[in-house]
Design a protein around this ligand. Structure first.
Ligand code: FE2
Length: 423
């Protein structure tokens, strides 16, 4: 007797006609023709069943704050950081908890099973840290939340930031973050990268830095990040988020850099929605896209996962926790249009991001956690094309969110009475 059986699923690898049986929160069997009884049976009718979406880069202490205390008029990263500074002064722990929980509700409904969120550690009260540690505990049964200690104003540039970042790690924040391109000088940026990687090595933690989120082709802190990763034996545990300056770098230099990054097994987290909005703001025409070199990094063997970064906050006023939207933007900006490339973009918001976060028991296989999403699409490319509805969101073998299939009624002479966008 299983808790749940999903019949007639199509898997992301194209396998059709598969049944998935769940028991005790795990996938007990995944094969065709499972006949044993189950407390609940869902007929997937050939639709795509995927492991949950994973968002490897987010800012949950800022989300859903749009307009408080004012809007970002210029639309730039720097005005966003200044506006965030104003919000930090006035927001309370309760306010952040309320907004973050509301965001987690939306994220779960959109099939997200895990989020890595940066949390600002420059505020001496550590308001965001207190709030998100509480949220991490409150949501743990339905959402895996990883926290990165993120000294937004520069761990060397902002008074007290190093001490506060260490306090945040002592309080239980999971990962060491940084922002070397925001330090006062290139030398300080490199020094901050070195020191933060050392802290991670001393404490046995992962690293995830906002790195070179700029259009400056000479912003090369990722080189230091790769070097320090190797020097300290942190291979596979260090991520570079954004890396947008790579878009503008000299091609010869990049040919050396990517090899160094691959040696260090750096993890790469572009944030397509945000960077297509923020980068190139100082350009006239032609305007640079500012997305890092996704295809080249992937082809060099680096693990690349797309993050959403922001939803309704000082940097980005749109967004709806839709990782398919994030992947579709990454696909367009990176011109990843072959069938293989598009399928890979689906991986970039599922399995690749799960690998970056180090999620245990993730994936559709016997013995893995029974976490999955049934989408209103037949395959990953169609899911991307349609931003397919998340018909069922399943966590540990239990349905935790449902969305009705998208359909429209038609009143047209000689035409069918309704249309299914996934037909
Ligand atoms: Fe970010």
């Amino acid at each position: 007797m299983f808790d749940l059986v999903i019949r007639n699923a199509t898997l992301p690898d194209g396998t059709t006609g598969t049944d998935i049986a769940c028991a005790g929160g795990l996938i007990a069997a995944i094969e065709p023709g499972i006949t044993a009884e189950a407390a609940q049976v869902i007929d997937a009718t050939g639709r795509l069943v995927s492991p949950p979406f994973v968002d490897p880069h987010f800012h949950m202490d800022a989300t859903l704050s749009l307009g408080r205390p004012r809007m970002n008029v210029s639309g730039t990263l720097l005005e966003g950081i200044a506006l965030w500074g104003e919000l930090k002064e006035i927001q309370t722990v309760d306010e952040i908890v309320t907004r973050a929980l509301a965001y987690c509700d939306i994220a779960v409904s959109m099939g997200i099973g895990a989020i890595r969120s940066h949390v600002d550690t420059c505020d001496p009260r550590l308001t965001g840290v207190q709030a998100l540690l509480e949220v991490r505990e409150q949501v743990k049964d339905y959402l895996d939340l990883q926290l990165v200690a993120f000294p937004q104003d520069g761990v060397l540039r902002a008074p007290g930031a190093m001490e506060n970042t260490l306090r945040a790690l002592d309080m239980g924040v999971d990962i060491v973050g940084g922002i070397p391109h925001f330090e006062r000088t290139m030398a300080d940026g490199a020094a901050s990268t070195r020191r933060l990687c050392e802290i991670a090595a001393e404490r046995g933690l992962m690293v995830d830095m906002h790195c070179d989120e700029s259009d400056d082709p000479l912003s090369r802190h990722v080189e230091t990040l790769a070097f320090e990763t190797q020097r300290l034996g942190l291979q596979g545990r260090v991520a570079g988020s954004h890396l947008t300056s790579m878009h503008s770098m000299d091609n010869y230099y990049v040919s050396k850099l990517i090899a160094l990054m691959a040696e260090a097994d750096l993890r790469v987290i572009p944030n397509p929605l945000i960077n297509i909005m923020l980068q190139g703001r100082h350009d006239t025409y032609p305007k640079r896209r500012g997305q890092t070199r996704v295809r080249e990094l992937r082809d060099a063997g680096l693990v690349v996962g797309f993050g959403s970064d922001c939803v309704k906050d000082p940097w980005y006023s749109l967004g709806r926790a839709d990782m398919l939207d994030v992947a579709a933007m990454g696909l367009h900006v990176g011109q990843l249009s072959s069938r293989e490339d598009m399928r890979w973009c689906f991986d970039a918001v599922t399995v690749n991001s799960a690998a970056i976060m180090g999620l245990e028991g993730y994936g559709l296989a016997q013995g893995k956690k029974a976490d999955m999403v049934i989408l209103q699409a037949r395959d990953p490319i169609e899911a991307l094309r349609l931003r397919a509805a998340r018909l069922y969101v399943i966590r540990r073998g239990r349905v935790i969110a449902r969305t009705p299939a998208a359909t429209a009624e038609l009143s047209l002479p000689g035409r069918p009475g309704s249309v299914d966008p996934a037909a």
